[in-house]
Write a protein that binds this ligand. Structure first.
Ligand code: G4P
Length: 530
């Protein structure tokens, strides 16, 4: 089969949400529809406990399962869907952001009772930044939720994106009747049932149809007519191109737990969502249809077996064909590697694959050669753009508490930071090591894993910084002056790039104002432009 045909039958996406909106439930229902799992509950166990307190033991337990569910592939109506999992816990936001670099579109789940929540906003920011097409699923219509028009207004205002409802609910909560599909003008009757997968579609000619009247009652039909009239007056016709360019988000309503509106969502998704798209590199754009293989690593997962300490690097294929046992070029290391057991994962199941195509994600066994953002090609020296490190917000000095295990600690810290668990900086003064993260939880994870996987013990000393950013200048004298003036506040990242630490937003602003010749960068993206 030609590469184009393989590409056209693939969709690579992520389901994202604020914790508890229903991401796991929806994922599970997708897998049920795709026949990939037979019973509900298989994905559920993947959930990281959503406690406010640090609960790293729980996370440790979950790590094994989450390898298996990092990518879930299934076939639905002749389309291969690659569903990438994103952690729900906010301390793992960076992991989620990076996973979003590997997908071509996103389904955003919103709870109809709670509306837009903080994590919804943050995730959407990343999608906007990357112009990722988004479909919104408003979930839990079986609950007494908010007025749908009010929800749409909130989505537009808080998420800064235009929306276009493609389905519309009739009533909600106890009296929820179902949704009217504005796209194909059918009515999907709500029958609360967690077991039945098929939609209960009412055949109607128009909104005056007798069948509609007898099922919904006169008041509901009248309301629906008014709503539809209003929607058609207020919102532009759905235009696929505008969705694909990330400017408008189609909206669906349903109840994931009741399998309601899920099939409708999935059907529309495979109809409108983009096939695997090209990616930008530091040299040129890469089209998926190119003969030559290329791909990048967006996630690294440490193996669970501490005796081996091998890891799995997740590679998104961008062009050409990936083949088992074929030599590929690791651009950063300028070395060739081949992979004898590349794997795909499917709800607790791992399969060795012989080939994979653009849009697919393969898990590569790694003994420490990969870092996030690494590129594999057939020889071309390119690096994919858009796999940024974000500037961390919590900083602690790493203190070795067992000098006999210094080597192990060094190695452990290097490897864990390669995985993207946290960022490592070396202070200007005295070679001190600073760990920067976006969440508190990571420190517990690091400490625990250093001890369990590397036998090294450490503690952390909090530092009073709130932000780190990379700094560059055309005139190197300016940088030297800056370092001399702020030795306490400057350090180097793992690649030797200079970083500035600020104690407060105010001091950061001042530093920017007082140093016009210096550029301050908040994601590592700038490195590729140099
Ligand atoms: P998350 O991955 O986004 O964190 O959410 P998850 O799917 O785990 O759903 C969070 C809670 O919301 C779960 O309840 C789930 O059953 C419930 N839920 C999901 N979809 C719907 C829906 O359409 N209607 C209603 N009423 N509830 C829904 P839980 O009590 O936390 O877990 P469980 O005991 O049900 O497993």
């Amino acid at each position: 089969m030609s590469i184009s045909r393989e590409i056209n039958k693939r969709r690579t996406m992520a389901i994202i949400s604020h914790p508890d909106a229903g991401k796991t439930t929806l994922t599970e229902k997708f897998l049920l529809f795709g026949g990939a799992i037979q019973v509900a509950g298989a994905v559920k166990s993947n959930k990281i406990k959503k406690t406010a307190t640090s609960d790293f033991m729980e996370i440790e337990k979950q790590r094994g399962i989450s390898v298996a569910t990092s990518v879930m592939s299934f076939d639905y109506n002749g389309v291969k869907i690659n569903l990438l999992d994103t952690p729900g816990h906010k301390d793992f936001a960076e992991d989620t952001y990076r996973t979003l670099t590997a997908v071509d579109s996103v389904i955003l789940v919103v709870d109809c009772v709670k509306g837009v929540e903080p994590q919804t906003e943050r995730l959407m920011e990343v999608c906007r930044m990357r112009k990722t097409p988004v479909i919104i699923f408003i979930n839990k219509l079986d609950r007494e939720g908010r007025d749908p028009f009010e929800l749409l207004d909130e989505l537009e205002a808080k998420l800064d994106i235009r929306v276009r409802p493609l389905s519309w609910p009739v009533s909600r909560g106890q009296s929820f009747k179902g949704v009217y599909n504005l796209f194909n003008k059918s009515f999907n009757l709500f029958r609360p049932n967690k077991q039945i997968l098929d939609d209960d579609l009412l055949v109607i000619n128009d909104l005056d149809d007798e069948a509609l009247l007898s099922n919904l009652g006169i008041d509901n039909v009248r309301q629906l007519k008014d709503d539809v009239h209003l929607i058609e007056g207020v919102y532009d016709e759905f235009d696929r191109q505008t969705y694909l360019s990330g400017d408008v988000a189609p909206v669906f309503f349903g109840s994931a737990i009741n399998n309601f509106g899920v099939k409708e969502l999935l059907d529309t998704c495979i109809e409108v969502s983009p096939v695997p798209r090209g990616r930008q590199t530091d040299i040129r754009p890469i089209e998926p249809t190119e003969e030559q293989f290329s791909g990048f690593v967006f996630k690294i997962h440490a193996n669970l077996d501490p005796r081996h300490r091998d890891r799995i690097a997740f590679l998104r294929i961008c062009s050409g064909k990936f083949e088992r046992n074929k030599f590929f070029h690791h651009v950063r290391l300028d070395k060739n590697f081949r992979f004898s057991s590349p794997a795909t994962f499917m709800a607790q199941e791992k399969n060795i694959i012989d080939e994979a195509y653009p849009g697919d994600v393969v898990g590569l066994y790694d003994t420490g050669n990969f870092k996030i953002g690494d590129t594999l090609t057939e020889g071309e020296k390119i690096m994919f753009k858009g796999i940024p490190s974000f500037s961390p917000e919590i900083f602690k000095e790493l203190i070795n508490t067992d000098p006999m295990k210094t080597k192990q600690l060094e190695k452990g810290v290097q490897q864990l930071t390669d995985e993207g668990v946290a960022q490592l900086f070396t202070h200007q003064l005295g070679n001190r090591k600073i760990i920067g993260t976006v969440g508190e939880l990571q420190f517990d994870v690091i400490q625990y894993r250093l001890l369990n996987e590397y036998g090294a013990s450490c503690r952390f000393r909090p530092l009073g910084f709130i932000k780190a950013c990379w700094i560059t200048a055309e005139d190197s004298q300016k940088i030297e002056d800056f370092i001399r003036y702020k030795p306490e506040n400057t350090a180097y990242d793992k690649e030797g790039n200079l970083v500035y630490f600020a104690e407060s937003e105010w001091l950061l602003r001042k530093a920017i104002e007082n140093n016009p010749g210096i550029s301050f960068h908040f994601t590592s993206e700038f490195l590729l432009n140099n």
